[in-house]
Design a protein around this ligand. Structure first.
Ligand code: Q9C
Ligand code: ZN
Length: 377
C-alpha cells in the first residue's frame, strides 16, 4: 500500500498545551503521533511504500469547501494574536458568541481575540505560527493521495474488465498519513484539533473532476466512512444538504463534540438520508464495534453504490486512548480493515485522531493490514 506523507506533518504544528476539564494539559494531538505510525509502516516495508512526494493543488480545492474569511483568519490569526499580546502557545478563543448571548448592538469581530470566537468552536484547535501552513500541507498531501486513488482505481477497473489480474476481493487502497486532522473543521469553523477538512476537500475534489464524469455526465460517487471515535461534525456540515458524498459515522455517544452526531441527524433537502449517524456506548466491545460497522456497510454503504470510499481513520476508539475510547482492543483493528476491504472499492484512508502514541502504529497498521488481507480476520 502506498502511503503519502510529509515531514512537515511532524514539524509545522506543535502547540505546547491545551485544556482538559479546565486544567492545562499536554497537547494530545502531538507530532510524535506521526512518528509512531511512520515507524510501524517502515518496519513493515513488505506491506507499505512511503512516499514524501507532494503536489501543490493550490487554493482552489480548499475554497470549494471552506469560506474565504475563515481561510484569511487561519492565515493571519497568529501574527495578529502576538501583536495584540496573546500567549505564544497560540490562538485560543475566550469569548465565543453563544447563540443566546444577547448581541443587541450587533457587534462583529474586530481583532484576533474576537475573530477566534467567530471562527473557532472550542479551545483545542490552537493556531500557532505555522498552523495554516501545516493544515495546507495536510490538505495537499491528502489531495496528492486522492489523485493517485483515481489512477489506481482506473487500473483496477481495467483489470476487472480484462478478467484476470485483479479481483473484487482485493480492492486498491492508499493512506494519507497527515496531521493536523480535519473531520471537526466545518466550512468556516475550526475546533477539535482540526483546521482544514482534509477528507472533505478530497471528496469534493473527486466529485468536481470533469474528466471523471460518467457516461451519463454524472460525477463519480464518494462514500465517506468516519471511524474516528468522535463525530465528524465538520465533514457532516460540509455535505449535509447534498447526496454526494454520503457521510456515515460510528462514534461515541455523549462524547466530544457533544452537540452533534445524533442518529436523528440524517441530512437535509437533497441530502436527506445521506448523513448517517450511529452513536455507540462507551462500553462497545470489539465484537459489537465490528458488528456495527458491518451493519452500516450492508445497510448504507453497499446500497449507495459509490465509486470511491474515503475513510476518516481515527483509532481513538482504542480502550487505552487517553482522551477517548470504547473498549476496543488492538485485535479489532485488522477486523475493521477487513470489513472495509469487503466493500470491494478503491479506498483512501486519511488519518484523523488516535492519541495512545504507544499503540498508535499497531492500531493504524492493523486497519491497513486488515484491508490488505494480510492479517487473519
Ligand atoms: N475537554 C480528533 O480526534 N478535546 N479530535 C477537547 C475538552 C478535543 C478530538 C477537550 C478532542 C478533539 C480529530
Ligand atoms: Zn477523534
Amino acid at each position: 500500500m502506498k502511503v503519502f506523507t510529509s515531514k512537515l506533518c511532524t514539524t509545522l504544528h506543535t502547540p505546547e498545551f491545551e485544556f482538559h476539564g479546565g486544567a492545562q494539559s499536554q497537547h494530545y494531538e502531538c507530532p510524535e503521533r506521526r512518528e509512531a505510525i511512520l515507524k510501524y509502516l517502515e518496519s513493515h516495508s513488505d506491506s507499505f511504500e512511503v512516499t514524501e512526494h507532494v503536489e501543490d493543488f493550490g487554493y482552489e480545492p480548499i475554497k470549494r469547501v471552506h469560506k474565504q474569511g475563515f481561510l484569511n483568519y487561519l492565515e493571519t490569526a497568529y501574527d495578529e494574536w502576538i501583536l495584540e499580546g496573546g500567549h505564544p502557545n497560540g490562538v485560543m478563543p475566550s469569548t465565543i458568541p453563544h447563540y443566546r448571548l444577547a448581541r443587541l448592538g450587533g457587534q462583529t469581530p474586530t481583532n484576533s481575540l474576537t475573530n477566534a470566537g467567530e471562527y473557532c468552536f472550542d479551545m483545542s484547535a490552537v493556531i500557532t505560527k505555522d498552523t495554516f501552513k501545516a493544515a495546507w500541507n495536510a490538505a495537499q498531501v491528502t489531495l496528492t493521495a486522492t489523485k493517485d486513488l483515481v489512477r489506481v482505481a482506473d487500473q483496477y477497473e481495467k483489470g476487472l474488465a480484462a478478467g484476470t489480474t485483479v479481483s473484487r476481493e482485493a480492492p486498491p487502497g492508499l493512506y494519507a498519513l497527515v496531521r493536523p486532522p480535519g473531520h471537526h473543521a466545518q466550512s468556516d469553523l475550526c475546533g477539535g484539533y482540526c483546521f482544514l477538512n482534509n477528507v472533505g476537500i478530497a471528496a469534493q475534489w473527486l466529485i468536481d473532476r470533469p474528466e471523471l464524469r460518467q457516461k451519463d455526465g454524472q460525477p463519480k460517487k464518494v462514500a465517506i466512512i468516519d471511524i474516528d471515535f468522535h463525530h465528524g461534525n465538520g465533514t457532516q456540515e460540509l455535505f449535509y444538504k447534498t447526496s454526494n458524498p454520503l457521510y456515515a459515522s460510528l462514534h461515541g455517544r455523549d462524547a466530544y463534540p457533544h452537540f452533534t452526531g445524533a442518529a436523528t441527524e440524517r441530512g437535509e433537502g437533497e441530502g436527506l438520508g445521506f448523513s448517517i449517524n450511529v452513536p455507540l456506548p462507551r462500553s462497545t466491545s470489539d465484537d459489537e464495534y465490528v458488528e456495527a460497522l458491518e451493519k452500516l456497510i450492508q445497510e448504507h454503504i453497499i446500497p449507495y453504490d459509490a465509486d470511491y470510499i474515503i475513510i476518516s481513520l481515527g483509532v481513538d476508539t482504542f480502550k487505552d486512548d487517553p482522551i477517548a475510547g470504547f473498549l476496543v482492543t488492538s485485535e479489532a483493528y485488522p477486523r475493521i480493515g477487513n470489513a472495509i476491504r469487503k466493500i470491494g472499492l478503491p479506498t483512501l484512508f486519511v488519518q484523523e485522531g488516535g492519541y495512545c502514541v504507544e499503540k498508535l502504529g499497531l492500531n493504524v497498521g492493523g486497519i491497513l493490514q486488515g484491508f490488505l488481507g494480510k492479517v487473519a480476520a
